[in-house]
Design a protein around this ligand. Structure first.
Ligand SMILES: C[S@@+](CC[C@H](N)C(=O)[O-])C[C@H]1O[C@@H](n2cnc3c(N)ncnc32)[C@H](O)[C@@H]1O
Length: 225
C-alpha cells in the first residue's frame, strides 16, 4: 500500500473546505499538481508562480481544464490581482527538478500573510518544509507570525513520520474567526444590555410603587382628617 504523503494530507484537508462554487488561489503553482487537484474540485483557480518554467509546467499538466487563470508573478500580488477568493494554498520551497536557489523565503511569505490577514477572507493552508535550513527559518517565522497575530491555527502532521524535521501543514480559517467574533459580539451585547434592561425595569417598578404608596398615603390622610 502506498504511504500517505503530506500532499495527500493537504488535499484531504482541502476537500473539507472546497466545493464546486469555490474560488481558490494556488500561491505556488510549481509543477501544477495542486493546481490540477483544485481545478478538478472547484469553480476557479488562480495559480501564481514567479518562475516561467513553473507556469509552463502547470499549464501543460492542467491543459484539459479551462477554469484556471495563471499569474506569472509573486504571491505578494495575490490581494491586488484576486480581490475575491475562498481560500489560499501555499506549498513552500523550490520547484522540484529545477534551480533550488529560487525558492520561497520567510520575508515575502510573511509580507504576503500580512496582506491576506488584512482581508481576513477564507482559509489559508500552508505546506511547510522545515527539513532544509531556509524552510526551517520560514516555518518558525510563520509560527511566530501566527502567535503574534493571535490567530487560532492548526498544525497537521503525518502520523509516524520518522524524518527529523518532516513537512507539515499550517491551517486556519478566517470564516471561523468571523463566526467566533460574531458569537463574542452577541454574548457581549447580551451581557451588557440585559442587566441594564433589568435594572431599568426594576427602577420603573420601584418608582411606580413609591408613587402609589405616596398617593395612597395622601388619600388616607384626606380620609382621616
Ligand atoms: C514546492 S514548489 C510548489 C509545488 C506545487 N504546488 C506543485 O503542486 O507542484 C514551490 C514553488 O514556489 C514558487 N515560488 C517561490 N517564491 C514565490 C513567490 N514569491 N511567489 C510565487 N511563487 C513562488 C517556486 O518558483 C516554486 O515553483
Amino acid at each position: 500500500m502506498k504511504r500517505k504523503t503530506v500532499t495527500d494530507l493537504a488535499h484531504n484537508l482541502l476537500l473539507s473546505n472546497i466545493n464546486k462554487e469555490s474560488v481558490i488561489v494556488d500561491a505556488t503553482a510549481g509543477n501544477g499538481h495542486d493546481t490540477l487537484f483544485l481545478a478538478q474540485h472547484v469553480k476557479h483557480v488562480h495559480a501564481f508562480d514567479i518562475q516561467l518554467q513553473a507556469i509552463n509546467n502547470s499549464k501543460e499538466l492542467t491543459k484539459d481544464y479551462s477554469n484556471i487563470t495563471f499569474h506569472h508573478t509573486s504571491f505578494e500580488n495575490i490581494t491586488k490581482i484576486t480581490p475575491y477568493y475562498d481560500g489560499v494554498i501555499f506549498n513552500l520551497g523550490y520547484l522540484p527538478g529545477s534551480d533550488k536557489q529560487i525558492k520561497t523565503n520567510y520575508h515575502t511569505t510573511i509580507q504576503t500573510l500580512d496582506k491576506l490577514h488584512e482581508k481576513k477572507m477564507g482559509f489559508i493552508e500552508i505546506v511547510a518544509y522545515p527539513g532544509h535550513i531556509e524552510g526551517f527559518i520560514e516555518s518558525v517565522a510563520i509560527q511566530s507570525w501566527l502567535d503574534k497575530n493571535k490567530i487560532k491555527y492548526r498544525v497537521i502532521k503525518l502520523p509516524f513520520d520518522t524524518k527529523n524535521e518532516p513537512p507539515f501543514i499550517f491551517y486556519w480559517n478566517y470564516k471561523d474567526w468571523k463566526e467566533n467574533f460574531s458569537v463574542f459580539l452577541c454574548i457581549s451585547i447580551v451581557y451588557y444590555t440585559v442587566p441594564w434592561y433589568i435594572s431599568s425595569v426594576q427602577y420603573t417598578v420601584v418608582r411606580r410603587l413609591s408613587l402609589w404608596i405616596h398617593n395612597l398615603k395622601k388619600v388616607l390622610l384626606n380620609f382621616v382628617f
